[in-house]
Write a protein that binds this ligand. Structure first.
Ligand code: SF4
Ligand code: SF4
Length: 367
């Protein structure tokens, strides 16, 4: 258990599936050096198979007794898809525009493929996913090398690349499949919650760049913060697949505001909702029904009275108000441990000899 826990809340009613978050992460952390197929942030369409393909069926996490469940490691050819590039350089000489492999699957492959019958009751929504920086991480429990650690100061889950031997038990153990194998260095890698930014009081790149302003970032014990209010006070932000038992620290405001259904003559069915409640329950647990009631009641209150703290929070008038990070906290923590204030407090990730080697790998290589 960490001293404090950072968390992110994503309001799914506002996600437009633009993938700006994906690109901001990809260009910063994973566009080369064996990380080409990795998407530390991805946005998938639900219902859909997701990334990696059918990740919800690949095992990992914990059973009711708290024991780690068996899981599998997805394959590049099957579940991730071989990453591809295009023949841009050949276009000037008249070549046909084409990828350099024959793609069969990849991130966002099933974008906007929903369920139901158009136009009467079809639906889909987007789920952006990062590592959940779980309180009880399946990846950490599965690692026989003790190479995965949870930072005391903020609960960020990181891989110590010098200890990691590339066994990949962590990938099988993570039920969200949010930790990846880097074949160039034979190590596992994952979202680091942009901790070098966070320690300077800046939000992770995915949250900073989010066009829909769906992402709140802050400490779970900060009672004045939006994250605390959405998760603990109003209880409208819920973890994804809480049945996996890892106690995720990424929370979602469920998508409750889909349009109503139409009947056979094209008339609106009053009070209907396109996203089946059982779908939301599978993803977010039984609490989703109470969260939906709260959201609707607050929306009604806002319409009738003009007042609602919850609606004001979710509208997020000022982007910078969505982030409650404290560089002084990190500086004080570093001081208490006798570390230089400016450098990342926990250097195991950045100072690993394998990490520093990575920049020498050939450009354009893929996993
Ligand atoms: S989401 Fe997966 S990789 Fe991230 S901390 Fe949880 S178990 Fe580990
Ligand atoms: S940038 Fe924001 S709105 Fe766009 S896909 Fe990502 S989470 Fe959704």
């Amino acid at each position: 258990m960490s001293q404090r826990q950072l968390a992110m809340v994503m309001d799914l009613n506002k996600c437009i599936g633009c993938q700006t978050c994906t690109v901001s992460c990809k260009t910063q952390w994973t566009n080369r050096n064996g990380r080409e197929y990795m998407y530390w942030n991805n946005v998938e369409t639900y219902p859909g198979e997701g990334y990696p393909k059918k990740w919800q069926e690949l095992g990992g996490g914990f059973d009711e007794a708290g024991d780690l469940k068996a899981g599998v490691v997805p394959s590049l050819q099957g579940e991730y898809g071989v990453p591809w590039d295009y023949n841009h350089d050949e276009l000037a000489s008249g070549a046909e525009f084409k990828p350099h492999v024959d793609p069969k699957w990849g991130p966002n492959w099933d974008e906007d493929e929903g369920a139901g019958d158009f136009p009467n009751d079809n639906y889909f929504f987007y789920i952006p996913r990062i590592c959940n920086h779980c309180t009880n991480p399946g990846c950490l429990s599965a690692c026989p090398r003790d190479a995965i650690f949870k930072r005391d100061q903020d609960g960020v889950v990181l891989v110590d690349l010098d200890r990691c031997q590339g066994y990949r038990y962590c990938i099988a153990g993570c039920p969200y499949k949010k930790i990846y194998f880097n074949p160039r260095i034979s190590k596992s890698e994952k979202c680091i919650l942009c901790f070098p930014r966070i320690e300077k009081g800046l939000p992770p790149a995915c949250a900073q760049q989010c066009v829909g302003r769906i992402r709140f970032v802050g400490f779970l014990d900060d009672e004045e913060g939006q994250v605390y209010k959405l998760v603990k006070k109003f209880k409208v932000a819920l973890p994804l697949r809480p049945d996996y038992g890892t106690e995720s620290n990424v929370y979602y405001v469920p998508p409750t505001e889909a349009p109503p259904k139409f009947d056979a003559s094209g008339k609106i069915i009053e009070g209907s909702t396109r996203i089946p409640p059982e779908v939301l329950e599978k993803l977010f647990g039984k609490e989703v029904h109470e969260a939906a009631r709260t959201l609707r009641a607050e929306m009604k209150k806002r319409k009738e009275t003009g007042e609602s703290e919850l609606m004001d929070l979710l509208i997020a008038y000022k982007h910078e108000d969505m982030f409650r990070l404290d560089n002084n906290y990190y500086a004080e923590y570093a001081k208490s441990k006798g570390l230089p204030a400016i450098k990342p407090v926990d250097e195991r990730y950045l100072s690993g000899k394998y990490t520093s080697k990575m920049k020498f790998f050939a450009k354009g290589a893929h996993a």
